[in-house]
Design a protein around this ligand. Structure first.
Ligand code: ADP
Length: 187
């Protein structure tokens, strides 16, 4: 599924984020930038040790990456120049600021990519694996935040992708995008 928002193509697709041929992919990292399970593990496995080495340097300089913020490293051996590491919130009860922190993770990833003149970027579904954020709610926040950024920064990206690991997750994101399109007349 593909729509254009303020000059940027927004694509939803099923796939593996480590194979995406875009300038940057986003990692659902942890605050210590240690690498881990899920998408984080896959990115470090395929990208090789150069990514972990830059993460180590960032950890030494600024102690890691707080939830909702983003840092950037090389893409190492991945078919992408950069990895933007962001930290989504761990879902607790929904009243611990989780929505805002998830939105910040998407927004700050786009901001750091824009600062680095990146024109194409791919996101995974942040926080919806080990961090247990409810999928429908996460999809709505992801799409709403990306839309807001693109409307505020027209044509700053050529393409933004959200790469979903399974067909059922893709369907949830598609439904959320259709709901957003029905509500909005501004695209
Ligand atoms: P978090 O800790 O932020 O919840 P996870 O990596 O556990 O992050 O899960 C986030 C999402 O990434 C889940 O929907 C999971 O299915 C998906 N995922 C796992 N591996 C990949 C991959 N290689 N490419 C794209 N998505 C992936």
């Amino acid at each position: 599924m593909e729509v254009t928002i303020a000059g940027t193509k927004l694509k939803l697709l099923k796939g593996d984020i480590t194979t995406q041929k875009v300038e940057a992919i986003v990692n659902a990292a942890n605050t210590g930038l240690w690498g881990g399970s899920g998408v984080d593990g896959a990115i470090h496995r395929v990208g090789g040790p150069a990514i972990a080495e830059e993460c180590r340097r960032i950890r030494e300089e600024q102690g890691g990456c707080p939830t909702g913020q983003a840092v950037i490293t090389t893409g190492g051996l991945l078919p992408t120049c950069y990895v933007v590491h962001t930290v989504g919130p761990i879902w607790r009860s929904g009243d611990q600021g989780e929505d805002k922190l998830l939105s910040d993770a998407y927004y700050n990833s786009l901001k750091i990519a824009q600062k680095n003149k990146i024109k194409s970027i791919a996101f995974p579904s942040i926080s919806t694996g080990a961090y247990r954020f409810p999928l429908e709610r996460a999809a709505r926040i992801a799409l709403d935040t990306i839309k807001t950024f693109l409307l505020q920064n027209p044509s700053s990206f050529n393409e933004v992708r959200i790469v979903l690991y399974t067909t059922s997750i893709l369907e949830i994101y598609k439904k959320a995008l259709m709901n957003l399109l029905e509500k909005e007349q501004s695209f």
